[in-house]
Write a protein that binds this ligand. Structure first.
Ligand SMILES: CC(C)(COP(=O)(O)OP(=O)(O)OC[C@H]1O[C@@H](n2cnc3c(N)ncnc32)[C@H](O)[C@@H]1OP(=O)(O)O)[C@@H](O)C(=O)NCCC(=O)NCCS
Length: 166
């Protein structure tokens, strides 16, 4: 995949079902399906939420949902379809959403990840996230979560972000 094949943009309401299906299959497997098409569509409409899709050759390769508060942001969901994993799509999705947080003056991001999902934990660690807490039974009593977080103030030194502030 070359960088010119990948596009990132905000999701459209018609994409809610595809996004919800990716969540069910890649994130919520073995759990009750909570991120239904209706809930994803509500996030797409919500002013304080960015639902971002990565598209390659017209297909959704991945998506991420971030909710922005007064002082911090929360990554609700992030997934990359298996054929596109380990090619930088997840990193680009997350960094795009982090950049929005910084532009809005928000420098703290948190997320929860399934305790058994070690691949995702390594991914978040690689992107600068640290474990903040272990939350037993967080996923409907079925599985524990790790809460992870990142202080984004270190990204202020990122040349590209400094450029957006002028
Ligand atoms: C976790 C996930 C989002 C990562 O997305 P991705 O596009 O595959 O990740 P990237 O290619 O951007 O990875 C960036 C770096 O993170 C690390 N990383 C990514 N996936 C990893 C894994 N499974 N194991 C170890 N390290 C990993 C690597 O250092 C990688 O760089 P490299 O490939 O040059 O070594 C993706 O694997 C996925 O969607 N998994 C299923 C759903 C899921 O677990 N979502 C998270 C729910 S909280």
């Amino acid at each position: 995949m070359t960088s010119s094949e990948l596009t990132l943009r905000l999701a459209r309401p018609a994409e809610a079902t595809a996004i919800a299906s990716l969540s069910r299959d890649l994130i919520e497997y073995g759990l009750p399906w909570r991120w239904t098409p209706m809930r994803v569509a509500a996030s797409i409409r919500a002013a304080e939420v960015n639902v971002l899709v990565a598209r390659i050759h017209g297909k959704i390769a991945g998506f991420a949902i971030m909710r922005y508060g007064e002082d911090d942001a929360h990554l609700d969901l992030l997934a990359v379809a298996p054929p596109y994993q380990r090619s930088g799509v997840g990193r680009q999705l997350l960094e795009w959403l982090e950049k929005c947080a910084i532009v809005a003056g928000i420098f703290s991001v948190a997320l929860e990840v399934r305790a058994g999902n070690e691949g995702a934990q390594r991914f978040y660690e690689r992107l600068g996230y640290h474990t903040l807490a272990h939350l037993p039974g967080y996923y409907q009593g079925v599985e524990a979560a790790l809460r992870m977080g990142r202080d984004l103030s270190c990204r202020l030194s990122d040349h590209r972000i400094q450029g957006t502030q002028h």
